[in-house]
Design a protein around this ligand. Structure first.
Ligand code: NDP
Length: 323
């Protein structure tokens, strides 16, 4: 047997149970990874609460991990036993060891340890596609990044600065504002009440070509109002709850705006795209342009405490769970 955190029904943090589960065996095309670290992400909260529907119950939640390949099934050619690997986007990570499709795995470069790997794959590859593909950020642009001191947020601030952009980071406290500025945000806005007025002041009335909004319900309309005509609203998360149905007429009224609701899953569905995305991330981390800040560590069995910290906005940067 091995150990995993499972939910038997959606619920609060105490829905997560530390249980014995069968030792995983690799099926065809699968590999077993013995985790050295598991990543904590906001999507884990969505699966735990039921905002995102569990594919089956009981469910081992968690989308991200890093460790060593301990077994491979038939037909696996991209990884071998003993390889140090990491992945994002395969549910079942809150476990000491787990089986998953081998084509979800990426080998970790020698310079990146497993703890950093588990902290960076999901949030870092998200920053990659948001800044390089959803809206390819150009030098000289000013952009708005919500939750700028969070896991995705701190990576976005650093990477956007590396691309030559000016970041307006939105956060909920002065301490988080200082952290975002220390990681590349030029301007910070504390709180969401004066968002539009502050963006207007900072940009001299020009507003911005893109807003990256992971907050959802609470900020959707204000974020649209921060956009210049023809601007792009990237609504990529629901930390405050999902955005209610939208009358698309508001996109016309507010200046022929564009709206997208992207996911990492789409952007890394093909193995070649996964590798390209991961390699782009590894490059900026190895160069030192992006530092992965693991600001909280919990034992995996204490995942409930980690969820409470994340949901109550007490975390900054990335968080890992140690088996
Ligand atoms: P964060 O570390 O950013 O934590 C969430 C942050 O959201 C909080 O720290 C808080 O920052 C802010 N927040 C604002 N309102 C609330 C609220 N009502 N309750 C809780 N937090 C709130 O998490 P992650 O880096 O893991 O994820 C960031 C976001 O990106 C999430 O919404 C996630 O779903 C999304 N995401 C989307 C992906 C995609 O491909 N679509 C992939 C990865 C992540 P503050 O206190 O400064 O307001």
């Amino acid at each position: 047997m091995t150990k995993a955190i499972r939910i038997h029904a959606p619920g609060g943090p105490d829905a997560m149970k530390w249980e014995d589960v069968p030792t995983p065996e690799p099926g065809p095309g699968e590999a077993v990874v013995k985790h050295e670290a598991v990543g904590l992400n906001y999507i884990d909260v969505y699966f735990r609460t039921g905002l995102y529907k569990a594919p089956s119950l009981p469910l081992t939640i968690g989308m991200e991990g890093a460790g060593v390949v301990s077994a491979v099934g038939t037909g696996v050619t991209n990884v071998a036993v003993g390889d140090r690997v990491a992945y994002a986007g395969a549910i079942g990570a809150y476990a000491t060891e787990r089986a998953l499709p081998a084509d979800k795995l990426v080998k970790l470069p020698a310079e990146i340890d497993c703890k950093t790997g588990a902290a960076m794959m999901l949030q870092g590859m998200t920053a990659q596609y948001l800044l390089r593909r959803t809206h390819p950020v150009k030098a000289g642009e000013t952009i708005v990044v919500h939750a700028a001191a969070g896991g995705v947020g701190l990576i976005m601030c650093q990477w956007a600065r590396h691309l030559g952009a000016t970041v307006i980071g939105v956060v909920s406290s002065e301490a988080k504002a200082a952290l975002a500025r220390a990681h590349g945000a030029t301007h910070t806005i504390v709180g969401y009440d004066n968002l539009v007025a502050e963006v207007k002041r900072i940009t001299g009335g020009a507003m911005v070509p893109v807003v990256y909004d992971s907050i959802g319900k609470d900020t959707f309309t204000a974020s649209l109002d921060c956009l210049a005509p023809l601007g792009l609203m990237v609504s990529y998360g629901n930390a405050s709850g999902p955005v209610p149905p939208v009358d698309i007429g508001i996109l016309a009224a507010k200046g022929s705006l564009y709206l997208t609701r992207p996911t990492l899953a789409t952007h890394t569905a093909r193995h070649a795209d996964l590798l390209a995305t991961a390699n782009d991330l590894f490059d900026v981390v190895k160069q030192g342009a992006v530092k992965i800040e693991v600001n909280q560590t919990f034992a995996l069995k204490d995942a409930a405490a980690a969820h409470i910290a994340l949901e109550s906005r007490k975390t900054t940067g990335s968080t890992v769970l140690l088996p």
